[in-house]
Unconditional design. Structure first.
Length: 533
């Protein structure tokens, strides 16, 4: 998608459609200049039509009218932003997404978008770029029937952004648009990876996708198979993977700054859950719960998408991604309820439910990540249905005890326009994972299930500042909404990128984490510390 800036009277800008974002109640005398001049050119019929159609500027409203040759553009779209008091850049991003979907339905290849002055121009321009690019996203590559011409149509490719009066058209604006473009591209890439069926995205293909990211973004990639996972004594990961016909993959990507001094700093570690299909294993899921389980690798897709942008951003500290990819399947070789697995850390785990597989793989991967002495570790995982019960389909559960790091991640989410909510990591529930025969069991009682999962992961984290993000709900959208379609959302990409930007911009926040960084790893029956991949 190509973006250009224009200034001056928007109504003369021309094009197939001019999009005019409006706050609730902004149709009166206080109306933005673009509305006033379009209404004037249309002899007052624009406001009249809006009134007649009940368009007030509410956040879910829009109105498309043909201009009958009275304006330079063929159509005008009034786009509701809702109340001024509730305005955030995310409101504009969602609205731009709706405009994109409208343009797509009208088969437009170009449009003109009035940048509202409700946010600083670089912020507004960036979220419009993101909203439009995320909004035109479709996953239809497997549809062979229907209108083939539709699929071949060029789609929305040219956007003129009309800047508010007085906004300067400098480097800051260009950079904001470029960042928006990169983030949207990476998010759509992650959405593709999640939407792809599980017979296509298997562990090997996920590793290939990681390699693709590394190549595009100039990162170091190391991929291992079962032998390497055995060498690293990741008994929990191996247990989950052993029921599948597909070999598991161990994935390590590293962004290392060019400046040697920066390269020596403690890295930021990103860990993503990568179960390419979660059948539940022998604790088989009911059919209906299994349908969407190709999305059980959304955490790793978000990490990989973010790594792609991070390679371009070049922050002054290393960033590493750690992923263990496998399938959770029932078979004659599958791990069983009752099995006792020995983790890389040395802790033993009694399996009470083979469907609580994510925490097993993540536990070993977290141990491995912690061995790289990160300044902070963030994991993203479609970990529990319980988190969906607690927070619904749109909110990420954020767990962690290192307040500074949790708050930085929450602040990043807020800037990125993703909804996060802090959840407790309470010791009150620790008994839930107590086992009679091993150091712990992998699934506890149902109540507080999302917390139990976080408590399990915590066992492998040690003193590393750590944030666990349960994205089981928001990794997919149940319906079309704003810039989303039904299906994968790419949640997490935007927040991770923003977190890295925040950390790069404020050395104090990075330092607060680094000084709290561990000198000792998580307590386990000490295993060889030399094994590093
Ligand atoms: N991948 C699922 C969690 C999930 C549920 C993701 C719904 C997306 C949507 C996870 O592996 C799982 O099965 N968790 C179990 C844990 C239980 C057995 C302790 C769950 O949530 O039921
Ligand atoms: Mn499961
Ligand atoms: Zn799972």
């Amino acid at each position: 998608m190509n973006f250009s800036f224009v200034t001056g009277d928007a109504v003369r800008a021309g094009g197939a459609m001019i999009v005019v974002p409006l706050l609730d109640g902004d149709l009166g005398d206080t109306a933005p200049a673009a509305l006033a001049s379009a209404d004037k050119a249309l002899e007052g019929k624009l406001r009249a039509a809006a009134a007649q159609e009940g368009f007030k500027g509410k956040a879910d409203q829009s109105l498309v009218l043909h201009t009958m040759g009275k304006l330079a553009s063929e159509r005008v779209m009034l786009l509701g932003l809702g109340a001024r008091a509730k305005f955030t850049p995310e409101v504009l991003r969602l609205a731009a997404g709706r405009a994109a979907k409208t343009a797509q339905k009208l088969k437009l290849t170009e449009l003109t978008f009035i940048v509202p002055d409700t946010a600083p121009a670089p912020v507004a321009a960036r979220v419009i770029v993101e909203g439009l690019m995320l909004g035109v996203y479709k996953f239809d590559r497997y549809k062979t029937s229907g209108n083939k011409e539709d699929k071949k149509a060029p789609g929305l490719n040219t956007v003129r952004l009309v800047l508010p009066e007085g906004a300067s058209q400098g480097q800051e604006l260009e950079d904001a648009v470029e960042l928006g473009r990169q983030v949207a591209q990476a998010t759509n890439w992650a959405r593709d990876l999640v939407n792809e069926p599980p017979n296509v995205v298997d562990p090997d293909r996920l590793a290939a996708a990681a390699q693709e990211v590394a190549k595009a973004a100039g990162l170091k990639a190391t991929i291992g198979g079962r032998r390497e996972i055995e060498r690293l004594k990741m008994g929990m990961f191996l247990g989950v993977a052993q029921g599948s016909a597909h070999e598991p993959r161990l994935i390590h990507l590293a962004y290392v700054p060019k400046n040697p001094k920066d390269a020596k700093r403690a890295p930021l570690a990103l860990v993503g859950k990568a179960i390419t299909f979660d059948s539940g294993g022998l604790s088989l899921k009911p059919s209906d719960s299994m349908i969407d389980m190709k999305t059980d690798m959304a955490g790793s897709a978000a990490v990989l998408g973010a790594m792609r942008v991070i390679g371009e951003l070049q922050p002054p500290f290393p960033v590493h991604a750690f992923i263990g990819a496998c399938e959770n399947m029932p078979s004659g070789t599958a791990y069983r309820p009752g099995d006792i697995l020995t983790s890389r850390l040395g802790k033993t785990v009694e399996i009470t439910n083979t469907d609580a597989e994510g925490r097993l793989v993540l536990g070993d991967i977290i141990t491995w990540a912690v061995e790289h002495k990160p300044a902070a570790l963030i994991d993203l995982a479609t970990l529990t249905g319980a988190c969906v019960v607690a927070l619904g389909n749109y909110i990420v559960g954020a767990f962690g005890e290192h307040d500074a790091t949790v708050e930085h991640v929450l602040a990043a989410a807020k800037t990125a326009g993703e909804e996060f909510w802090r959840m407790p990591v309470t010791e009150l529930q620790k008994d839930a994972l107590r086992s009679e025969v091993a150091d712990m069991k992998n699934s506890g009682e149902r109540w507080g299930g999302a917390i139990n999962a976080a408590l399990f992961l915590k066992e492998f984290v040690g003193d590393t500042p750590w944030v666990h993000l349960d994205i089981a709900g928001p990794s997919t959208s149940p319906k079309e909404r704003g810039y989303f379609n039904k299906g994968a959302t790419g949640v997490g990409v935007r927040t991770l990128v923003e977190y890295v930007r925040l950390r790069a911009a404020s050395p104090e926040s990075a330092q607060a984490e680094e000084t709290a960084a561990p000198t000792k790893p998580a307590k386990g029956k000490a295993r060889s510390k030399t094994a590093r991949a």
